[in-house]
Design a protein around this ligand. Structure first.
Ligand SMILES: Cc1ncc(COP(=O)(O)O)c(C=O)c1O
Length: 443
């Protein structure tokens, strides 16, 4: 089969034109690109599979939280999986989503916005705004000329105790002020809702039940009817040392607690980020130096590994040594079969900053060394999205990996979209297909 036929088959099976070559495995990315800089390896089947799972389980509108991973490829996968609602936090995200999808519904769920952001977002079709103060309500009304088609959501303060990443310290109105805001909003808005966030990576479905009960009490106190209950984000992914109950348990908790409201005609919404995309990407990083059990790698706390550094989250890791010459005792240590003995390492990032270290521990072969690549998994959520350019380091290369997904991705999407068997056999690569994304040169 020639390269053009393979490319056409890949595009048909993927349903879109990927931004650059399609690689069959992450090892192939390392082998062909020999990348000196970190590469975000994206798994389309995983992203789409998880989005489909979420939309089929949740009994209402699913708003993908763009901040979690605003990569256009991810957004396109969401759209292809049927997601039409997007939770946007900034004007930049509004522009990004509108630029990609003319008919997408955007919801500005950040409770504090600039006046300019409110004004321009409204002009660009945004009607949903969240708030947790009277001052923000006034801003929204002033900047939209008291539009009659607003959907206003009062963000309620709820506990973040069950979450690995507590978000309760910044936003959310206390019950009595939330009840007041609801009454005001009911007078001026076309639709009124209550929203909350139980914290990211919420490990206990009961947190949603408690938050919904709190919302019900506030609505009863306000003595108004609401149109929408938005249970926010917080749905978890599986990381080493953090195995949450299955997604179905969270859905059951939401459905049971919201039942009385739903029976009265209230719509349900949610704003998942992490659970939708965490398994959808790995970072392929390279070891620049080894000092004992410390590996100095080319990505770090100021790159895609903020949570590994600041929060000590462990991510699944795997040595990628694709140039192994079997049967030969090569002089090149990166070409030898890796040691079978696994030992604990910590990672140090590329900047000169002292905070740029990731304790781990990360379990890798004992002979991991300079020149080796490491695949760090479960970085589709809050990975590439949080990169800075500190010290001049920035990972801008992305590679589409399909149809394989790495073996350590715990919640790999079950759905494989029947790729042509012949594609698996081929080692040929497609040329760059889309000039809009960073290009990768195949060496
Ligand atoms: C308003 C809002 N909605 C949704 C999310 C997504 O949360 P998660 O990634 O935990 O699902 C966030 C994350 O910060 C948020 O601030």
């Amino acid at each position: 089969m020639d390269t053009q036929t393979i490319r056409t088959l890949e595009q048909q099976a993927l349903g879109y034109v990927p931004p650059g070559p399609v690689f069959h495995t992450v090892d192939e990315v390392a082998k062909r690109l020999k990348p000196e800089d970190p590469v975000q390896c994206i798994f389309p089947d995983s992203v789409r599979g998880q989005a489909q799972k979420f939309t089929s389980l949740f009994p209402g509108a699913v708003l993908y939280a763009v901040k979690c991973n605003p990569g256009p490829e991810f957004l396109r996968h969401m759209y292809a999986a049927g997601v039409r609602h997007f939770d946007v936090a900034s004007l930049e995200e509004v522009r990004l989503v509108r630029g990609l999808f003319k008919n997408a519904h955007m919801h500005f769920m950040h409770p504090v916005k600039s006046r300019e952001a409110i004004r321009i977002a409204y002009k660009m079709g945004v009607r949903t705004f969240s708030l947790d103060t009277a001052a923000e309500l006034i801003k929204i009304l002033e900047e939209t000329n008291s539009a009659k088609d607003l959907k206003l959501f009062i963000r309620l303060a709820v506990s973040g105790n069950a979450a690995a990443y507590d978000l309760s310290g910044k936003f959310g109105a206390a019950p009595s002020s939330a009840a007041n805001l609801l009454r005001h909003a009911r007078k001026v808005a076309h639709k009124v809702g209550v929203c909350f966030h139980v914290g990211s990576q919420c490990m206990d479905p009961a947190a949603y039940r408690a938050a919904i009960e709190r919302a019900s009490a506030v609505i009863a106190k306000a003595k108004i009817k609401i149109d929408v209950l938005d249970v926010g984000g917080g749905f978890p992914a599986t990381y080493p040392g953090m195995t949450p109950p299955p997604l179905e348990s969270y859905m059951d908790a939401v459905i049971a607690a919201a039942q009385p409201m739903v029976e009265q005609g209230v719509e349900l919404w949610c704003e998942p980020g992490r659970a939708m995309v965490a398994a959808g990407a790995s970072m392929l990083v390279r070891v620049n130096l080894r000092k004992g059990r410390r590996l100095y790698i080319n990505d770090g706390t100021y790159g895609s590994l903020f949570d590994a550094g600041a929060l000590n989250w462990r991510y699944p890791v795997r040595l990628v040594r694709p140039l192994v010459k079997t049967g030969k005792d090569s002089n090149d240590p990166n070409s030898r079969a890796p040691s079978e003995k696994m030992v604990q390492f910590s990672f140090y990032g590329p900047t000169c900053d002292n905070l740029d270290k990731m304790k781990g521990p990360f379990l890798l072969p004992e002979d991991t060394q300079e020149g080796d690549w490491i695949e760090i998994g479960m970085l589709g959520a809050y990975g590439a999205a949080m990169q800075t350019r500190f010290n001049g380091f920035h990972a801008s290369i992305a590679a589409t990996v399909w149809p394989e997904a790495p073996p350590f991705i715990f919640d790999r999407a079950a759905s494989r979209q029947a790729p042509a068997a012949a594609l698996k056999e081929s080692t040929a690569l497609t040329p760059n297909l889309n000039a809009e994304s960073p290009t990768v040169a195949v060496k």
